[in-house]
Design a protein around this ligand. Structure first.
Ligand code: GLC
Ligand code: GLC
Length: 635
């Protein structure tokens, strides 16, 4: 084939036949061809937009890989593909509940994790994100985010076969498996990385390597520093004097997606993972995957085209796989990744940050504004709402949004940072600064939910704050994601300070080992662990039986009280086009009781059942909310 000539779909389809194995049943092959016919035009158009028509030879290889991967796909996974095609909104259910943990910290290894499945069922989890568990450099691997092989599990945790077995067992227990797809970079120990720096012509262009500082300097003029504590700028120097792009740690080398062979290689790794039984891949660091001189090299249009192209490849060979985007960036950029054809799921970093903002300020204006203007996302997609992750909390609200409310964004971030690291008078929080950059004024916060909410400081309201924060993620719509251990109020772990591989990464303070003593006392409500656990269990149970909490439809409710957040979650529409029932939510972020006036509540009935307490609440003459009190009322 002439490499500059574009290949029409029918010639690709003919070429595909060579990939069919004699053992593949007709129906199986036909389903692949049907998906090829439906998806190929989109995939090819994306490929042309990214790489130009000259890359069709590489595209053909991508498609042939997909055909092979489909034929390798185990029958039970093909059955899941078929059933999810019939129920594509399966992840929108109010029964969805996520949990996240590190395999080693939470359970030792994959075998240990299996033994926790009964507990996951007790909690009602339907989604389990296992933090990176692949082969990685021994000393420091950024918590596994520096991958040396996508096809090998870290031997300390187990084997790929065990992971596939675990995926099956989780599925039998109604739990979808989520793992990271760390596709922006590999570790410096990855085979591709070794070959690239050794000058292997097949791999040289897999990374961004420059002989001197000219190009690095040019790029760094416009690129933000992500881990300035590790190295300034975005490049690190190799032993031979050359420079290589490393957005995160010096041992995490960015892949060069301008090379279509990188796309093909990573698509292969993704499909390999999908065939182990992974249901959802968390697309790590999506904002950084495309670079262009003179730009911030974040969230460029090609980053979206690449994600869509990966998505189209999945539709061919692992059709039920979902993508969750990890874009912890400006809210205008976060939503750009959310689309049925791109990432169906996305972290909701804005809601996360603003929950903490409201706990600090005791005011809800920014959070209410975000629910009003930034909550709505396209049909067929969902937020993943969380109180905190394994990472830092960054104050990613928009300065323009803040200005509308009379808040100066940078001053306010400074306040929040000092509040959460306990440098502000009377702060209840015990967070630790992360990547404190005096040069740019940038700083983020590390810590566990309980320590940030006041439990470490033995603040009386800590338990109520923890419950309030979770009540928001459980009721705004989307998949709530619990950081496992937070449900028993785990505290910061300062042990990282004496581990040289972790000492300069304060995120470790928020990644404690399985808090065995707290779990042991979780049934005793007189302990902190028990009080948090009982309260959260209740909220999670109520969510499970509240169909109004399915999907993402949310209507703001003006409470006319600066401390009280209000919103309505309409249920299924009845015959007349109006919802048959609605759950009205009120959440008080103040330490004092708060009133909602009878005028404010005038659209509501005289009384309504509160789903959390199970008691009927009178709405005339107005309502008094307890300090940090929450009502979920069905009207
Ligand atoms: C993501 C991860 C973070 C990691 C980074 C680089 O942001 O959540 O932990 O450091 O990607 O892979
Ligand atoms: C993420 C974010 C950054 C975050 C880091 C992980 O991709 O862009 O803000 O702090 O990586 O810690």
């Amino acid at each position: 084939m002439n490499p500059t000539e574009s290949l029409p779909g029918d010639r690709m389809r003919a070429a595909l036949l060579s990939a069919r194995r004699s053992t593949t049943p007709d129906a199986d092959w036909q389903s692949f061809e049907a998906r090829f016919d439906a998806e190929f035009p989109r995939l090819q158009s994306l490929f042309h937009q990214i790489y130009g028509p000259g890359a069709d030879a590489e595209l053909l290889l991508v498609v042939l890989d997909a055909a092979a991967s489909w034929q390798d796909r185990p029958a039970d996974l093909k059955a899941i593909d078929a059933s999810r095609a019939m129920a594509p909104d399966w992840f929108q259910s109010n029964r969805m509940l996520g949990g996240v943990c590190y395999v080693d910290l939470y359970a030792g290894n994959l075998e240990g994790l299996r033994s926790r499945i009964p507990y996951f069922r007790e909690l009602g989890l339907t989604y389990l994100h296992l933090m990176p568990l692949f082969l990685a450099p021994e000393e420091n691997s950024d918590g596994g985010y520096a991958v040396s092989s996508y096809r090998d599990v870290d031997p300390a945790l187990g084997t790929m076969d065990e992971l596939a077995g675990l995926a099956r067992e989780l599925r039998d227990n109604g739990i979808a498996l989520v793992v990271d797809f760390i596709f922006n970079h590999t570790s410096n120990e990855h085979e591709w990385a070794r070959k690239a720096i050794a000058g292997d012509p097949d791999f040289e262009d897999f990374y961004w390597i420059y002989p001197d500082r000219e190009m690095p300097d040019a790029y760094e003029r416009t690129v933000r520093e992500i881990f300035p504590d590790d190295h300034p700028g975005s490049f690190v120097q190799l032993d031979d004097g050359r420079w290589i792009w490393a957005t995160f740690h010096s041992f995490q080398w960015d892949l060069n997606y301008r090379n279509p062979r990188v796309f093909r290689a990573m698509a292969g790794e993704m499909l390999y993972l999908a065939n182990q039984g992974v249901d959802i891949v968390r697309m790590d660091a999506v904002a950084f995957i495309w670079k262009r001189l003179g730009t911030s090299c974040e969230s460029l249009p090609e980053a979206h085209l690449l994600l869509q192209a990966f998505n189209a490849v999945c539709r061919l060979a692992a059709p039920s796989l979902l993508f969750k985007s990890e874009a912890i960036v400006h809210p205008d950029e976060v939503v750009q990744y959310i689309d049925r054809g791109e990432c169906q799921l996305s972290y909701n970093p804005l809601q996360m940050a603003l929950i903490w903002n409201s706990l600090a300020t005791r005011e809800v204006s920014l959070l209410a504004q975000a629910l009003e203007h930034r909550h709505h996302i396209p049909e067929g997609t969902a937020w993943v709402n969380y109180v905190r992750s394994h990472d830092d909390i960054g104050w990613t609200f928009s300065d323009e949004d803040a200005a509308e409310l009379g808040i100066n964004g940078s001053d306010h971030r400074r306040f929040l940072n000092s509040f959460y690291v306990n440098r502000f008078p009377d702060s209840f929080a015990r967070g630790v600064p992360f990547q404190d950059n005096p040069r740019t004024g940038d700083c983020r916060i590390s810590g566990t939910t309980a320590s940030l909410a006041g439990l470490e400081a033995q603040d009386d309201a800590a338990v109520a704050r923890i419950l309030l924060a979770h009540s928001i993620i459980l009721s705004t719509g989307g998949i709530p994601l619990l950081y496992l251990g937070d449900e028993v109020g785990q505290l910061n772990d300062y042990g990282y300070e004496s581990d040289p591989a972790k000492a300069d990464d304060s995120r470790w303070v928020g990644r404690p080992a399985y808090p065995a003593d707290r779990y042991a006392s979780r049934q005793d409500p007189t302990t902190d662990a028990g009080a948090v656990f009982a309260g959260l269990r209740r909220l999670m149970e109520v969510r499970r039986r509240t169909p109004e909490f399915a999907g993402g439809r949310l209507v703001p409710f003006r409470t006319n009280n600066p401390h009280v957040l209000g919103y309505q979650r309409p249920g299924l529409l009845g015959a007349l086009g109006a919802p048959e029932s609605t759950v009205v939510v009120f959440a008080n972020f103040a330490e004092t009781p708060q009133e909602l006036s009878v005028e404010t509540l005038s659209g509501l009935p005289e009384s309504a059942p509160d789903l959390i307490s199970g008691e009927r609440t009178l709405l005339r003459p107005g309502v008094t909310l307890e300090p940090h009190g929450v009502l979920w009322m069905r009207v």
